[in-house]
Design a protein around this ligand. Structure first.
Ligand code: GLN
Length: 485
């Protein structure tokens, strides 16, 4: 059962081979056994999960069950959950019990999923390795000395180590795709605006987007279908007809044009990553897809543009954490300004402070034109590059990350090195496009390699079908980390 797909779980529940309470208990036991070493969960809600599971069993008995009824799930701790700690990986919110549910959380609750708990993450979703969590790093189940990626590291670990069948994440510059790649699972970030940001603690609002992590494209399709939908409480939510992202999964790949950007295959990528990606592309060619050369000439500007825009938005979004209404407040202080400053100095970690400072700087009078405005212009150029490339191809392929998962501590003292690891993922967010990462092989030390497929706007179904097509003929997504932890 721990290894079953969502479809298999749903049919086992339907056939009464197992109840949701039994299934939930199985995953809770697994969490209990592994969380001490993997640190995937910040909060485990045993009682809430068992109560939700027994409600799901009752709905099913009453003949009222959908595809996700009774399926256990984990949410990244960036999503507000009513009555449960919502820490966002920060000391600042280490005492924050949310009074309401994020839109995604209520959609998935209404769909009958059973929330196991909240997963570890880089503080305020700022990071690529999960080392920026106030709760300590989550560990990669393929090698516990290595990072799981970030910022949705806990969600990726939970799925990879079979502590939860699926999990939610968010992706501002790669935070669903990169941890999925590092942990050998599948993760999709949809078109900006498809998943409501209501109740999703904001990092960089014009880039943040909720996404799905699962073992396979098939599981991600089911989960993401249940997460999308218009929400009037998010001003950037798109009002589109509901999509069944599973409907096109079995479409043949014959004639699919896969664009290979020269800039994604240049120097900078490790050899083992390159070899795995090339192998996966060969497999696609065998399946009838054709590959075409495309160019994204401004791709190299994505990191500088992103690391101006994201901190700028973060500096504004994080100004709400002032110790007044909720969150950490310093125990001792003088006047109001001193209370603000001590609470923020104590509540935020080093990386968050670095970004607030950088963001406030690039927005400041005198520097706004030189940095922020320039970065916005680059953002347009990057989006235009994609538009031109999509005139020649249906999807764009490349590595998700230039390396496999690195050792804990290897980059934590060098923020620029850490930022450079986001080279293949951030451009997608700047353009607002959908993209998926799927396991495509294993690199040095047996660590997973991720293949990234990028689609045009609203092409989630095509991306999932392209990923599923590969997963029907390969078994990279079925490989599992050893259980020796
Ligand atoms: N690693 C990137 C950053 O630190 C992306 C994070 C994310 O997508 N939330 O900003």
């Amino acid at each position: 059962m721990l290894n079953a797909s969502l479809k298999e779980l749903a049919s086992a529940l339907d056939a009464r081979q197992i109840s949701s309470v039994e299934l939930t208990s199985l995953f809770l036991q697994r969490i209990e056994a592994l969380n001490l070493s993997l640190n995937a969960f910040i909060t485990v809600d045993r009682d809430g999960a068992l109560a939700a599971a027994s409600a799901a069993d009752a709905s099913r008995a009453a003949g009222d069950a959908g595809p996700l009824t009774g399926i256990p799930i984990a949410h990244k701790d960036v999503f507000c959950t009513e009555g449960l700690l919502t820490s966002c990986g920060s000391k600042m919110l280490s005492n924050f019990v949310s009074p309401y549910d994020a839109h995604v959380v209520s959609l998935l609750r209404d769909a009958g999923t059973v929330l196991l708990g909240k997963t570890n993450m880089d503080e305020f979703a700022m990071g690529s390795s999960n080392e920026n969590s106030f709760y300590g790093p989550a560990r990669n189940p393929w090698n516990t000395g290595h990072v799981p990626g970030g910022s949705s590291g806990g969600s990726a670990v939970a799925v990879a180590a079979r502590m939860s069948p699926v999990a939610t994440g968010t992706d501002t510059g790669g935070s669903v795709r990169q941890p999925a790649a590092f942990c050998g699972i599948t993760g999709i970030k949809p078109t900006y605006g498809l998943v409501s940001r209501f109740g999703m603690i904001a990092y960089a609002s014009s880039l943040d987007q909720g996404g799905a992590l699962g073992r396979s494209a098939e599981d991600c399709a089911l989960l993401l279908s249940a997460m999308t939908g218009f929400d009037g409480r998010d001003s950037t939510s798109l009002d589109r007809p509901p999509a069944d992202l599973s409907a096109e999964l079995d479409q043949p790949l014959t004639g699919l044009r896969i664009g290979l950007p020269t800039e994604f295959f240049g120097p900078g990528m490790d050899d083992d990553v390159r070899a795995a990606v090339e192998n996966a592309l060969d497999e696609y060619r065998r399946l009838g897809a054709e590959t075409v050369q495309v160019s994204l000439p401004n791709a190299k500007l994505a990191i500088p543009a992103y690391y101006v825009i994201a901190p700028a938005e973060a500096s504004s979004n994080l100004s709400r954490f002032d110790g007044v209404r909720y969150g950490h407040r310093a125990a001792e202080y003088g006047d109001l300004a001193d209370m603000y400053s001590k609470s923020r100095a104590q509540g935020f970690g080093a990386e968050v402070k670095r970004r607030i400072l950088a963001g406030a700087y690039v927005l400041s009078h005198g520097y706004y034109d030189a940095y922020y405005l320039q970065a916005q212009k680059l953002r347009r150029l990057i989006a235009d590059d994609f538009a031109r490339a999509f005139a020649q191809c249906d999807v764009i392929a490349g590595p998700t990350a230039p390396t496999t998962a690195y050792a804990i501590g290897a980059k934590s003292d060098d923020p620029v090195q850490m930022y450079l690891g986001d080279i293949y993922t951030v451009a997608v967010n700047l353009a607002g496009l959908p993209a998926i990462s799927l396991p495509a092989g294993s690199g040095a030390g047996g660590l997973p390699v991720g293949l990234q497929l990028i689609g045009n706007y609203f092409e989630e179904a095509r991306l999932l079908a392209a990923a599923h097509g590969l997963q029907r003929v390969t078994d990279w997504h079925l490989r599992q980390p050893g259980d020796g932890q």
